[in-house]
Design a protein around this ligand. Structure first.
Ligand code: NPQ
Ligand code: MG
Length: 369
């Protein structure tokens, strides 16, 4: 099926966070999000770009994503229409820029599925109608502050807690959370590449706490070092930043660099590549889960649909809207019994609320095709 696109709106919105979110690579207090709206003959399709304001998590950043979309990716779309399945191939000549590519492909896919009356979940192959949700907890100023935050999330129903760690904030916060909330709590940590292989002995101390996994302990490029570290730890290693494609996932699995994969569709270039990684991991018995990039309801809707695929056997960072935003740009995603419902409407099954969208918009540009 071909979708004919008349143009694309690139809209920037400013979304204040409910609380600062600190990771090993920095502190975020507000989310500067690029929204992509594809306009077709009979409708439109939405997506959001996961790129952050600065290139810290990965090399992409939001101004750069908007530039490459405007100058290269959008003009590459065929004028006589394109099937969403072919967008990846059309953008292939341009290297990198997975988050920008993901946003464009997702908006085309949303437009196409809306026209066809099919939901993202049904299209991707969702195997359930709701998904269990975890939450990512930032680095705090003190252990009591961390315990209060974790207690609040457990009370809200989150079924799994992920603690952000860095050198100097690792064993003690994990020990404190285990002592306070018990051994049954599903608990994992995420270092966002803050360690090196010489820290192996320190990381091995985490083996005592029955963690589900340790996410991205070493640098993005350290695939071989992750394989070496895996031999020194009992805690399973999960890769996030290192996995930018299905090819990377295949390499990581055959190297023994990870035994779990965090799939973020934006990081790997879109939901179709995300599904390929899911299929590959599943064939190898590698559990996967859906990561998060502080998405608004637009990105969240698609992530929840992906997280409903059968190989997503661990709870994801698919938190409710209020984890990050007091007011979401869509109807908010609200946890029920620790789960989020997979949207069932056509396409993403949600769209921005016009009044909220106008209030948070900081700029908009129209790229005609
Ligand atoms: C991760 N996400 O798994 C990322 C990292 C991350 C939910 O922990 C603004 C935009 C701030 C994206 C901070 C979670 C962010 C961000 C952290 C992504 O590694
Ligand atoms: Mg991570």
């Amino acid at each position: 099926m071909k979708t004919k696109i008349s143009g694309v709106e690139l809209r920037r919105i400013a979304m204040p966070l409910v609380a600062p979110f600190r990771t090993s690579f920095g502190v975020e207090t507000s989310r500067d999000v690029l929204l992509v709206r594809v306009v077709t003959a009979d409708g439109e399709g939405w997506a959001e770009c996961a790129a952050m304001s600065e290139p810290r998590y990965c090399s992409e950043y939001v101004d750069g994503a908007q530039d490459v979309l405007r100058r290269f990716l959008i003009p590459a779309l065929p004028k006589d229409g394109v099937d969403a399945n072919a967008v990846g191939r059309v953008l292939e000549p341009f290297t990198g820029h997975h988050m920008a590519k993901s946003a464009l492909e997702t908006a085309v896919l949303d437009a196409q599925l809306r026209s066809a009356g099919e939901s993202f979940g049904a299209y991707l192959g969702a195997a359930r109608d709701r998904v269990p949700c975890g939450v990512s907890v930032g680095i705090m100023d003190s252990i009591p502050q961390l315990l209060d935050a974790v207690e609040g999330y457990i009370t809200e129903g989150y079924v799994r807690i992920k603690l952000k760690i860095e050198p100097g904030w690792d064993v003690e916060p994990v020990r404190a959370v285990r002592e306070r909330f018990g051994d049954d709590l599903l608990l994992q940590v995420d270092a966002n590449a803050a360690y090196t292989l010489v820290d192996a002995q320190q990381l091995a101390k985490l083996d005592d706490f029955g963690l589900l996994l340790i996410e991205q302990p070493l640098a993005n490029d350290d695939m071989v070092q992750h394989a070496q570290l895996a031999k020194l730890l009992r805690t399973p290693i999960c890769l996030d930043e290192s996995i930018e494609s299905a090819a990377h996932a295949a390499a990581a699995i055959s190297l023994g660099a990870c035994s779990v994969i965090n799939i973020k569709p934006a990081r790997v270039g879109g939901y179709l590549e995300a599904r390929r990684i899911h299929d590959l991991a599943r064939a190898h018995g590698i559990p996967v889960w859906c990561g998060g990039m502080l998405e608004t309801g637009i990105g969240r809707a698609a992530n929840v649909a992906l997280a409903a695929l059968p190989g997503f056997t661990l709870p994801g960072d698919t938190s409710g809207s209020r984890r990050y935003f007091a007011t979401d740009i869509t109807e908010p995603f609200v946890l029920a019994d620790g789960h989020l419902d997979v949207p069932t409407g056509p396409g993403l099954g949600t769209e921005p609320l016009p009044d909220v969208l106008d209030e948070v918009t900081t700029s908009s540009e129209w790229i005609p095709l």
